[in-house]
Design a protein around this ligand. Structure first.
Ligand SMILES: Nc1ncnc2c1ncn2[C@@H]1O[C@H](COP(=O)(O)OP(=O)(O)O)[C@@H](O)[C@H]1O
Ligand SMILES: [Mg+2]
Length: 483
């Protein structure tokens, strides 16, 4: 994998890396004591001095014997009393590290404890009790053992290892290890992820060109069902929708000739140099269809075109939220009413966008209206009411409504939200489109991180040849170039 690919993956999966670092850091902080810390133990050394061996005064003991007195006999029990040692005397007797140098008569007693004062107190107690025991053993004569140096405590570890064994040091090490594991996990997740994410994935799954990559929108805008073309007309998202408009409008009519031998449709396409009725479809719900319908309509209207939006998503109608139209009678009422009782013009309502009118999905009933009965007439009527008709639809993989609409539209724009669809689902949707033998203009890849600068995203020439995309019989609209 190239270096840039690694960076891309890390940009996409940064949350895993950070979460892993935080988990490791928290674990270290919970598992290490809050006070004291690992290296915060102290060693105190008291030093005894007696005449060197061979020069003992009368009653004096050899240095090694004095050293032995520290940890054996009555000394440990006496020390336990003095320092209020609650544990076993035998384990206290293991505590001091004793050295004896017969040539100088120096005996050192080192004790390690959690605090400096405790270590010093125990070491001094051992030293003093040893002197007392040596005196007792010499029958009251001065054994010549004296306390040369009272205990002075020092941190138990020195050198670079000290820093590593502090709580802070361990936390830093834990954080670094956590982040490294996070990177490994991110790469693993990426490898196991089978979702359609970028241009390459879309090409592979749908076998049609990506007409535009719509950058990821901020959460606040998404929640508000904001019409970006109006609220943030200079944003990258708005520019991407304008780019999508251009790409669709640049599709030449000959590319949109239907594959079948339907003469009436061939004539109709010949009449229109550009697609007039555009169906926005997607494999699953939540793929950005309605967002695309509303923003594309606003982008079309910017060029002075009269746009009519038909909300044919009877399962989850939302176009009115983006276009700021109160819900009310709409297409379902028209479909349920007898022929000739209501007309489309009366149901189309002005929206917050000048030049865009909307026919809402209408009154919701338990069973969505059957489209095939009257949809041909309704779409034919719609053609007479606007320059461009944009149709919102339910997901292709749920129900048949989108497929019922397809025979009557000029082109299909597939909305594909990055990371939402598995390759398998995209394949199934692609197969459905191929079976319907309808011209597919291409895909709007929604919420993607742009894989190329915007300037490179505009023209599609050379992006893929139509023959490549016809492998599954899907008819592709490629732009002819600038017009
Ligand atoms: N460019 C984008 N970036 C990020 N999220 C988006 C973008 N466009 C749409 N979405 C989000 O995707 C979700 C589905 O959008 P919607 O248009 O309702 O899809 P559909 O009509 O296909 O169900 C919504 O939460 C919407 O905010
Ligand atoms: Mg929708």
């Amino acid at each position: 994998m190239e270096q840039t690919n690694y960076l891309k993956i890390l940009r996409r999966r940064w949350k895993i890396v950070i979460a892993s670092g935080i988990v490791a850091l928290t674990a270290i902080l919970l598992l290490t004591p809050t006070t004291g810390g690992l290296s915060e133990s102290y060693t105190a050394t008291a030093t005894l001095l007696q005449p060197p061996d061979g020069r003992e005064s009368s009653g004096g003991l050899p240095t090694k014997v004095t050293a032995l007195l520290v940890t054996t006999g009555p000394v440990p029990a006496a020390v336990a009393d003095r320092v209020d040692y609650t544990g076993d005397v035998a384990s206290l007797s293991q505590l001091p590290q004793v050295t004896a140098d017969p040539s100088t008569g120096v005996v050192t007693i080192s004790v390690t404890a959690e605090t400096a004062s405790r270590a010093a107190a125990i070491a001094d107690a051992f030293a003093e009790e040893t002197i007392a025991e040596a005196t007792a053993r010499s029958g009251g004569d001065d054994p010549g053992v004296q306390l040369l140096q009272r205990a002075i405590a020092q941190p138990a570890h020195t050198g670079p290892i000290t820093w590593l064994t502090t709580r802070t040091g361990l936390a830093v090490v834990g954080l670094v290890v956590g982040l490294v594991l996070g990177v490994a996990l991110a790469l693993l997740v990426e490898r196991l992820d089978t979702s359609v994410r970028d241009r390459t994935d879309v090409h592979r799954a749908y076998r049609v060109p990506v007409l535009a990559e719509i950058p990821r929108m901020r959460r606040s805008l998404r929640r508000a069902h904001a019409l970006v073309l109006q609220t943030q007309p200079a944003s990258m998202v708005a520019e991407a929708y304008r780019s999508l408009r251009s790409s669709i409008l640049l599709i030449p009519s000959h590319v949109l000739q239907p594959i079948g031998t339907d003469d009436a449709r061939a004539k109709r396409h010949a009449e229109h140099s550009r697609p007039q009725v555009i169906l926005v479809a997607s494999a699953r719900s939540g793929e950005g269809k309605t967002t695309t319908v509303a923003n594309l309509a606003a982008a079309m209207a910017e060029g002075g075109r009269r746009v009519l939006v038909l909300d044919c998503d009877f399962r989850r109608p939302q176009a009115h939220l983006f276009l700021d139209v109160p819900d009310g009678p709409g297409l379902s009422d028209l479909l349920h009413a007898g022929e000739g009782t209501q007309d489309l013009l009366a149901l189309s309502r002005p929206t917050a966008v000048e030049g865009v009118r909307l026919v809402t999905a209408g009154t919701m009933v338990d069973l969505p209206p059957a489209l095939p009965t009257r949809i041909a007439g309704i779409l034919a009527e719609a053609r007479g009411l606007a320059d461009v008709v944009i149709v919102d639809s339910p997901p292709m993989l749920i129900g048949n409504d989108a497929m019922d609409l397809m025979p009557y539209v000029d082109t299909i724009l597939v909305s594909c939200r990055s990371g939402r669809l598995t390759h398998d689902q995209a394949d199934r949707a692609s197969d459905l489109l191929a079976r319907m033998r309808v011209p597919v203009a291409g895909v709007a890849l929604v919420g993607a991180r742009p894989s190329a600068p915007l300037s490179q995203m505009l023209p599609l020439r050379g992006a893929a040849s139509s023959s490549t995309y016809r492998q599954k019989g899907v008819r592709v609209g490629e732009p002819a170039g600038e017009q």
